[in-house]
Ligand binder design. Sequence first.
Ligand code: ATP
Ligand code: MG
Length: 150
Amino acid sequence: KSVKTTAYLNSIIDDFKLSLDNDDIQIKKQFVIDKDIEIDKFYFTTAVLNILENAIKYGKGNTEILIEAKIVNTNFKVMISDNGIGIPKKELKFLFDKFYRVGNKEVHNVKGLGIGLYYTNQIIKAHKGEILVDSQVDKGTTFTITIPIT
Ligand code: ATP
Ligand code: MG
């Protein structure tokens, strides 16, 4: 099922914004999408929402989120960047493990099971896609989802 990609991404983001009760969260978009593609709406929505939820949970106030989406060759790429607390380099390789949570003190009073990214990674892998993370402590984090276009 091919979807109107830009409209679809906008609708996920709009729904997410409506679910927030905090007005000082800025979400910017940069889409370069020149055709509609086939993506599984359910897994894609789940993946994006898990990452957006984390961007808010692990923010430092004045949260700014940038969502970039583009088509590169035969892949659909979505990058979600935040200006939150960041993740130490040595933790990055564990991030998609089941129940893994970074143990620093900023995160201590933030509730979670450590399952969001595990689940996100599983569903993306099941659809032959890939998710990568890059982060700098105190600066922010970027997740990149790459999904092959069939
Ligand atoms: P759950 O999603 O199950 O409610 P969670 O948010 O703790 O709980 P994950 O979404 O899997 O679990 O994230 C794992 C850990 O990665 C988090 O506990 C947090 O330490 C770290 N993390 C995830 N996203 C970010 C982010 N955007 N900025 C900083 N740290 C993050
Ligand atoms: Mg989470």
